[in-house]
Design a protein around this ligand. Structure first.
Ligand SMILES: Cc1ncc(COP(=O)(O)O)c(C=O)c1O
Length: 416
């Protein structure tokens, strides 16, 4: 097969593709302990609400037929975007209308569009990059540029906390933003670490982006107001210069592929233009299922009262189990402030995190090796990259407990 440069780039085995393949096989059954991928939990009380919404749609005259039988516009379902804009105005006071919103087929798709809108080859022939001011960062960004050498990234500063805990911070002393940067991007809460950048860090990054005249992209896939998987105080941020990306996935609808971009009208329109070419229109099942929950505020109530406590309890339980099982193993854990993950840092691990991943996989336990999570730092040697793994606590409690035991046992053997 004679592939173009594009073809070669996108078929060379991106980390995210391997991760999704592992996840797909594990979710298909078998006895693998799935502490790897980012599939959200099936929370019975939440799924029950979705079931009831679906039944109501089926009972509406022509409800089912319009849900499956009509394309939405290229920016997505207009009524959903209207309802969402109203909710954001009322909840946060954001000055937005439906024109500030565009839907995508999952927020993964939004990042592909946004990154390539602002970085790569510019009309004047210059090249720009997307900057991650704090890595580790989300694995799914890693291969989303149409050209090579697309990302720049900075190491964090590390604050040691009580017990096993630590927290990453943006190292502003080292954060130079040159003219080769087209946009700044952070996930908050962060996948893979569960970090939540502080309000002060967010405001500082926002000020830098405004000063440079470049967008500040905030990946809010786990953030507020839905699914609100945040266990700490964090003020949401939006202004004309920010691009806030949300998703219905971690609210419990990952298979309906609904991403939401909230940005200036110009950027929202640009996402619609790309949608038109790539997809005609984003899929509308997610917005159709969720629209009444947005109108009634139920989406916030479910997030705050069911989803957030569900994951918080699981985070604390997994943390406690690791703490007990690891004993004197030199393992630090990032303070879990949100999202679905614990980020384990095995100091001076006697093998690479990838070897640890293989050893655990051989024992039917899936984690994700940490070195995938440093997009933009590929060419920079940093031992820390090879000492970390990401563990998901979203799945069944028994599986997590069993997985914790296997991981602790394996690293004990490794440290000998
Ligand atoms: C931080 C982050 N951003 C974006 C996504 C993409 O999610 P989706 O495309 O399902 O909206 C994920 C998925 O796990 C994620 O963890």
């Amino acid at each position: 097969m004679n592939l173009s440069k594009f073809g070669e780039k996108f078929t060379r085995g991106a980390g995210i593709t391997k991760l999704m393949d592992d996840l797909g096989s594990a979710m298909a059954g078998g006895d693998m302990l799935m502490l790897g991928g980012g599939n959200p939990a099936h929370i019975p009380d939440v799924q029950d609400r979705f079931r009831r919404r679906m039944e109501a749609i089926l009972a509406e005259p022509r409800g089912f037929e319009t849900m499956i039988g009509n394309y939405d516009g290229s920016r997505g379902n207009e009524a959903f975007m209207d309802a969402l804009a109203e909710m954001l105005r009322e909840t946060f006071g954001w000055d937005v209308t439906a024109k500030n919103i565009a839907l995508t087929n999952g927020s993964q798709n939004a990042f592909f569009c946004l990154f390539n809108l602002f970085a790569g080859e510019m009309p004047d022939g210059s090249k720009k990059k997307i900057l991650f001011p704090l890595t580790p960062e989300y694995i799914g960004y890693a291969d989303a540029g149409l050209t090579d050498d697309f990302f720049a990234a900075r190491r964090p500063s590390i604050e040691m906390l009580d017990g096993r805990l630590f927290k990453y911070h943006v190292n502003f002393d080292e954060l130079e933003v040159g003219d080769d940067i087209g946009a700044i991007c952070v996930s908050r809460p962060t996948n893979p670490t569960g970090n939540v950048l502080t309000d002060a860090e967010m405001l500082h990054l926002d000020a830098i982006a405004q000063d440079k005249g470049i967008p500040f992209i905030i990946d809010n896939a786990y953030g507020t107001p839905f699914p609100d998987i945040i266990y700490t105080e964090a003020r949401p941020l939006w202004n004309e210069n920010t691009v806030v990306c949300m998703s219905l996935s971690k609210f419990g609808l990952p298979n309906l592929r609904t991403g939401i971009v909230i940005a200036s009208e110009e950027i929202a329109a640009a996402i619609g233009d790309i949608n038109g070419v790539m997809n005609l229109a984003p899929g509308g099942a997610g917005s159709r299922l969720a629209i009444d929950m947005v109108k009634s505020g139920e989406i916030i109530e479910i997030s705050q009262n069911i989803i957030q406590p569900f994951y918080h309890r699981k985070a604390l339980r997994a943390l406690e189990q690791f703490d007990a099982a690891l004993g004197d193993v030199p393992c630090k854990i990032h303070k879990p402030e949100g999202a679905l993950f614990l980020w384990l840092w095995f100091q001076e691990l006697p093998c690479t995190s990838k070897e640890l991943y293989e050893r655990l996989k051989a024992r039917n336990t899936l984690v994700v090796p940490g070195d995938y999570f440093f997009p933009g730092l590929e060419n920079e040697y940093w031992q820390h990259k090879f000492e970390c793994v990401r563990v998901t606590y979203a799945q069944d409690d028994d599986a997590v407990a069993e997985g914790v035991k296997v991981i602790a046992d394996e690293v004990r053997r490794l440290y000998g």
